[in-house]
Write a new protein. Sequence first.
Length: 167
Amino acid sequence: MKERKGEHPFGDAGQLILAVAFLVVWVTDTFVLHWSTFLKQSDPSSLHMVVTIVLAVLAVALFFSGRSVIQKERPDHVVDTGPFRRVRHPLYLAALLGFAATAISSLSIISFALLIPIFVFYNYIASYEEKLLEVRFGESYRDYERRTGKWLPVATAVGAMRLKRKN
């Protein structure tokens, strides 16, 4: 299978499979079997719900702002505006934040455990796509990588420090 528009050939299918698997496990654990949601009963403060709301709002905002940049600009250059100015994969990050918010909402340990393979998959497809972008845009993309964190804006400072050490 060939990659479409610079995406991993199985990226969309993998994301869909992982989302369905996560939701089935989360719903089953949270509402039916309660295998690993015992932590929720021991949290009288409901602080986890505040964290859930913050992460969910951030995920939605990141998704829509990232999506609007991509829809406006059919990229024939390195996109470094909007949320892409801070992180290289804001749409994937939005999905990861959504998964995390869902797991935190019920404090489902099984759902938290599923976040690990989900992150590994998203990191894999992001790295794959970055290689394609580096081939397509060359030094322009490498410069963007140096200025921007892959997942967190904080990584930008770390990347800048590494760059200074190499020079």
